[in-house]
Structure formats: structure tokens, C-alpha cells
Design a protein around this ligand. Structure first.
Ligand SMILES: Cc1ncc(C[n+]2csc(CCOP(=O)(O)OP(=O)(O)O)c2C)c(N)n1
Length: 684
């Protein structure tokens, strides 16, 4: 095994071409094995094996800075920078992060996962080195998918204008999650597929290789020749118009060729793009055969065949062994899809509405599969829009569509919605437009770490005047709420988690319209106002409290932005009110509800409110349920808070001023320094 002897990039530089080829095969096998065991990004990493080795052999990391856009394709980089043994704990609590991580290695600069940012970091780092008179090189790898994001263009524009010395490696595999949607990507593909160009290039390469004695040397000059050729078959390239030198395209699986191109590029005094063609999923048949996503990401393999199923890292839905899925009774073609998750409920319901309302259009930002829009795309291709990794544009484009009379539904992950807050606030909110934002993977998401938790959406949405914010507690609620949202005259947001939707059984009770729903009527001691999936924890807490003689009332808040007056009046009759949510506590639903309760009661007559939610800290990777339990946001945690609130009232005057929220429980032992620092800052 060569891989066993690779502990740092320096170990790569002594290898022969034959050893490098063997090492690539070993790395692929290692990655398939590791990801099969833990879940993670597969196709993207299998595609960059040769590219990563070439980068580390050409540049001197960490003195030279290697940056990865999005960061999901950095497994090979981790492997060759001394983290091989940590892969058994990939994406586990306290284990190796699925993205670059500054606390793991001096070779990692950025803790990312949100796409299209890397060229901006590169601009900043290179500008600083330039100012400091340093000759350190900055190299940024960016995918064709990430290049559909607006920030990438902002950075390209700035890099070209400032002439900042950065090597940009465009890793072009024609794929984002799904095939990349962009004219730029299309023209790059045309270039790649142009038979005249490809044939001429191959002929030249072949001829040169045959030259006795000088073949290999001359071969390295082939790029110059083919660049000239390129100028003939393609007009001005996009990059050169921006002031960025362009080199390529280059076969990204030919280590020697990539190294030569990188070495040449490193001499260029300004920004330069090295366009590298790679095959996502390379070397692993199931990935190569996955036509759409090339096994972009996979969940833990359940079968001994070792074939990972597509879609957990970010993409798919992770179901427990027995998910209790109950197909919902038919009525239409759409109604026959089984409902096992909130996402499935959304898919089914959207299809049903779209059948009867031709104004409905669905928008995704490069994630049609994970957001449940593939059936919509298949059924209504002309009413489906994939905008690329461009959440901001998605929201403002939806505003335009709504202005012209359509009913756009924008389906994005909660964590990526934060990017589009300004657009949701001003472009949609200020205009009062009927755009429905459907935020999937809301709350604590787990394995992908701090950047992937969807904990800000509620606080952000509630800040937008006129935004109706729905939090479904079960799959059937998604259907009721989507119907309601589509009937509104203004903007709406529906946010739900990835976890399987509880209570799928036929006859699961649902609320109606904008009303809250009382699920338990207690004796007036404590009232729990539960938001979204936290209803399950509230119910569990109430059951546990009953055993202690505390008969708590429980409400499913449902519509957070407009708390139901009946719920507020009922809550006001209790000694203490506890709110529970899986979003940030500060400025979140609980504080919003507490404020509404105070406003609804006569001066000073409101009961004290304890708001439970996510503390103001970056939460490290772990299983969602474990994180929630650590934070006191599971059944026992909510019950403990209710007991504590009642205890602190014992002996207090009938109307207490305010009960302080219990301090956030300590984060898992794996909590990063950041989390500790933030906890200190907030005094939590
Ligand atoms: C802002 C943002 N939106 C969506 C995503 C989800 N996402 C993760 S990877 C990816 C595709 C990236 O494609 P590309 O950059 O070409 O990399 P590849 O995996 O194909 O190598 C997407 C859409 C994200 N990470 N960030």
C-alpha cells in the first residue's frame, strides 16, 4: 500500500508516475470504503483524485494556500495531509469534518460548505500577501456548479480588474447536484466536445509523443499549441474578457498534464484559470452509472454489498430502520406517492395544487432532488426553474414572477436561505408579493456541522413585515399549510426539518387555516407552546410531567408570525409558559410569542415565559437527536425546564415578573473553540 506511507504532501513528490497511478486507485478504494461506512460526499471526491495529487505536488502547502470552494470535495486533500486514520470518524461527533476545518490542519484555511465563496477568500488572501511583499501563492479550486453562484462572478470581476495573482482551478465535471445549468458551463462543454478541437488536439499530442528522443519534453509544450488552436475554434473566452488568463481545457485525470499546466499557471503574474475536465464519480461504477447526480453524496450503506445509496450528506432523507411510512390514500396521481418525510408531503401537495393552478411555478437553486422537486420537474417541465447555486437570484426572480401574476414556490435548504434574506425582505416582503418560500432541512441538521444547521430561518422570517411563517409539526400539516400559503395575498414561509415526519398514520390530526391547535388541555400550571417538530418533544415532556403530578397544556403553534389569539388567551391563564423551538432562541419564535403574549395581556398580567431554543453558538457535527438532547430540546429537557420554571415560581407572588431561561446546557465535548467563545460572550 502506497497510501499507508503518505503522511504529508512531501511524500507525494518522490513518487514515480506508476506509483502515482497505483496511489490513485488506492485512494479511490479508500474513499469508497470510508464513505460507505459513514456517509458523505462520494462522487465529487472520486473526481478530484489526480487533480488533488497534482496540486499538492506542484504547490507547497501550507506555505502556498490551497482553497476548495464549498469544501465537500476535500477528502483527498485531507487524506494526503496526514488525516488518513481520522476517516473512520468522518462526520461523526468529535471526528473528522466533512469539510475543510482550520482546527484539523494547517493545510485547511476555510471552514466552508456554502458554495461560491472561495474566489473571494482567494482574492483577499492574495491581496494581503501582495501587500505584505510575500510570494506565497494562492490556488482556488472551484467547480462548474459553484461557478453558477453570484459571489463567484463578483470575485472574478474583482480579480480581473485588480489583476490579483491567483490560480483558479476550474474543476469542470458538468455536474452540480444535477447537471449544471449555465450558459458558461454549456459553452465550456461545447469547447470540450468540439470535434475539430478535440481531434486536432489529440493528433498533435499523438504526433509529438512519437517524436524520438524529445517526445516527452515536446509533449509538455502541447498546451501552447492547443491554446493557439483554441483561439481558432473559440472566440474570446469569457474569462479573458474579464481580464483573467485562461488555460485549458486539460484532462483532469492526467496527473502529468495537470501538473504541467499548474506549473505554467503559477508563473503567470495575474489571475489565471486552469480549466480542468474531470469525471464525477470516476473509478466507481455505481457512481459513474448514476446519470443525474453521479452519487454526489451518499448515506451509510445499509446492505453488505457496500453500495451506498445516494443522498444523505446533504441530499437525501435519512430514515430510521423502521420509518413507519404509511402511503396516503390515493385520489390523484400525486396522492399516490408515499409520505414518509416532510419533503415528501411537500412534493405531493405541490403537485396536487399545480394540477389545478397553472400559475404555480417551482424554483430550485441547483438542488431539484433533495428539495423534492424532481416529480414536479417531470410533470411540469415548463413550470420548473433551476437557477443554479443562486439563492438570492432565485428569490428575486420569484418576486418578478409573482409581480407578473404567477405563484412561485421557492424550495431551498434553510441554511442556504440566510443568503437570500435581503431579497426575501425587500424584493419580496416590501412588495408584499405572494411568493412561497419552502425551507427544507430546517433546525439542527447534524453530520454536516455548524454551517449546515438551519437555525436562523425563523428569526429571519419573523423579521420580515407581512411574512406569514408556518412551522408544520407533521407531514399532513405541510399539506394544509401549503394550501393556506398559496391562498395568501402576501409572502409566506414554510420551514420543516429533514427528519421523518411523525404521526403519519391516516387520520393524523391537523390544524386549519391560521389557527393554532391545542393538543392537551392541562390544569393551568404550565403551558407549552411548541413550534414545528418540537411538538413531539413537548408531548413527550407533558407525558413525563403528568407522572410528577403536573398536568401541562400543549399547543402546536403552527403559524408563528400571527399567534392565534385563542392560544394566547389560553396561555395567559397558566402560571408559566414555556416555548420550544429548534431554531435560534435569540430573536426566534419563542421571544416573538412571549412578546405577543405580553401585548395581548393587560399590563403586567402576563405569566412568565421561558423560551427554549438553540443558543447563540456554532453547533458542531453530531446526530441531530443527540444535539437536541444536549441542548435540553428533547422530551426530558423540555420537561426539566417546565419543572424548573414552576419551582422558581413556588412561593413567588401570583404574577411573577419573568423567569430567566435556563442556561444552555454544555455543548457536546466536541464543541469547538468558537462555540465556547460564543457561550462566554453570551454569558450562557
Ligand atoms: C449556497 C449553496 N447552495 C447549495 C449548496 C448545495 N451544494 C453542495 S455541493 C453542490 C454542487 C456543487 O457543484 P460543483 O461546484 O460543480 O462541485 P462538484 O460536486 O460537481 O465537484 C451544491 C448545489 C451549497 N453547498 N451552497
Amino acid at each position: 500500500m502506497i497510501l499507508e506511507h503518505i503522511d504529508s504532501p512531501a511524500d507525494l513528490r518522490t513518487l514515480s508516475p506508476e506509483e502515482l497511478t497505483l496511489l490513485c486507485a488506492e485512494i479511490r478504494e479508500f474513499i469508497v470504503g470510508a464513505v460507505t461506512a459513514t456517509g458523505g460526499h462520494l462522487g465529487s471526491n472520486l473526481g478530484v483524485v489526480e487533480l488533488t495529487l497534482a496540486l499538492h505536488r506542484t504547490f507547497d502547502s501550507p506555505r502556498d494556500v490551497l482553497l476548495w470552494d464549498t469544501g465537500h470535495q476535500a477528502y483527498v486533500h485531507k487524506l494526503v495531509t496526514g488525516r488518513r486514520d481520522a476517516f473512520s470518524e468522518l462526520r461523526q461527533a468529535g471526528g473528522l469534518s466533512g469539510y475543510p476545518n482550520r482546527t484539523e490542519s494547517e493545510h485547511d484555511w476555510v471552514e466552508n460548505s456554502h458554495a461560491s465563496t472561495i474566489l473571494s477568500y482567494a482574492h483577499g488572501l492574495a491581496s494581503a500577501f501582495e501587500l505584505q511583499g510575500s510570494d506565497r501563492r494562492v490556488v482556488a479550486v472551484v467547480g462548474d456548479g459553484a461557478l453558477t453562484g453570484g459571489m463567484a462572478y463578483e470575485a472574478l470581476n474583482n480579480l480581473g480588474h485588480s489583476g490579483t495573482r491567483v490560480v483558479i482551478v476550474l474543476n469542470d465535471n458538468g455536474r452540480s447536484y444535477a447537471p449544471t445549468v449555465s450558459r458558461l458551463s454549456l459553452s465550456l462543454t461545447h469547447l470540450r466536445l468540439n470535434p475539430a478541437y478535440v481531434q486536432a488536439r489529440q493528433r498533435i499530442r499523438h504526433l509529438i509523443r512519437e517524436l524520438p528522443g524529445v517526445g516527452d519534453l515536446a509533449y509538455s509544450g502541447v498546451h501552447g499549441l492547443t491554446s493557439a488552436l483554441r483561439e481558432v475554434v473559440t472566440p474570446h473566452t469569457f474569462f479573458e474578457a474579464l481580464g483573467i488568463r485562461y488555460a485549458g481545457p486539460i484532462d483532469g485525470h492526467d496527473i502529468a498534464g495537470v501538473e504541467q499546466a499548474l506549473a505554467n499557471a503559477s508563473e503567470w503574474p495575474g489571475p489565471i484559470v486552469v480549466h480542468v475536465l474531470t469525471q464525477k464519480g470516476r473509478g466507481y461504477a455505481p457512481a459513474e452509472e448514476d446519470d443525474i447526480q453521479r452519487l454526489h453524496d451518499v448515506k451509510v450503506a445499509t446492505a453488505s454489498v457496500g453500495l451506498p445509496e445516494s443522498g444523505t450528506a446533504e441530499g437525501g432523507t435519512e430514515l430510521p430502520e423502521d420509518d413507519g411510512a404509511t402511503p396516503v390514500a390515493a385520489g390523484s396521481e400525486a396522492a399516490e406517492l408515499p409520505v414518509t418525510t416532510f419533503t415528501d408531503a411537500f412534493t405531493r401537495s405541490l403537485l396536487r395544487h399545480a394540477e389545478s393552478d397553472p400559475r404555480i411555478v417551482a424554483i430550485t437553486a441547483a438542488m431539484p432532488g433533495p428539495t423534492g422537486l424532481l416529480p414536479f420537474q417531470a410533470r411540469f417541465p415548463e413550470r420548473f426553474v433551476d437557477v443554479g447555486i443562486a439563492e438570492q437570484h432565485a428569490v428575486t426572480s420569484a418576486a418578478g414572477m409573482a409581480m407578473a401574476g404567477l405563484r412561485p414556490v421557492v424550495a431551498v435548504y434553510s441554511t442556504f436561505f440566510s443568503r437570500a434574506f435581503d431579497q426575501a425582505n425587500l424584493d419580496v416582503g416590501l412588495h408584499g408579493l405572494p411568493v412561497v418560500l419552502v425551507l427544507d432541512r430546517a433546525g439542527i441538521t447534524g453530520d454536516d456541522g455548524p454551517s449546515h444547521h438551519g437555525v436562523l430561518d425563523m428569526a429571519l422570517g419573523l423579521d420580515i413585515p407581512g411574512m406569514t411563517v408556518f412551522a408544520p409539526s407533521s407531514a399532513p400539516e405541510v399539506e394544509v399549510m401549503l394550501a393556506e400559503a398559496l391562498s395568501l395575498d402576501g409572502p409566506a414561509m414554510i420551514r420543516f426539518p429533514k427528519t421523518p415526519a411523525p404521526w403519519q398514520a391516516p387520520g393524523t390530526p391537523v390544524g386549519s387555516g391560521l389557527e393554532a391547535r391545542r393538543t392537551r388541555s392541562g390544569d393551568g400550571s404550565a403551558c407549552i407552546l411548541a413550534v414545528g417538530k418540537m411538538l413531539a418533544a413537548a408531548e413527550e415532556a407533558a407525558t413525563a410531567l403528568l407522572a410528577d403530578g403536573i398536568d401541562a397544556t400543549v399547543w402546536d403553534v403552527r403559524v408563528v408570525s400571527a399567534p392565534d389569539p385563542a392560544m394566547l388567551a389560553d396561555a395567559a391563564r397558566h402560571r408559566v409558559v414555556v416555548t420550544a423551538e429548534d431554531g435560534v432562541r435569540q430573536g426566534g419564535a419563542g421571544m416573538f410569542l412571549a412578546d405577543a403574549l405580553r401585548s395581548s395581556c393587560a399590563c403586567g398580567a402576563a405569566p412568565p415565559v421561558v423560551s427554549l431554543g438553540i443558543p447563540r453558538s456554532f453547533i458542531p457535527q453530531d446526530k441531530p437527536d443527540r444535539i437536541l438532547a444536549h441542548l435540553g430540546l428533547d422530551g426530558p429537557g423540555v420537561a426539566a425546564s417546565v419543572r424548573q420554571a414552576l419551582d422558581s415560581l413556588a412561593g413567588a407572588p401570583a404574577v411573577a415578573e419573568e423567569v430567566a431561561a435556563p442556561p444552555a446546557p454544555a455543548l457536546p465535548a466536541t464543541a469547538t473553540a468558537t462555540a465556547t467563545a460564543t457561550a462566554k460572550e453570551t454569558g450562557a
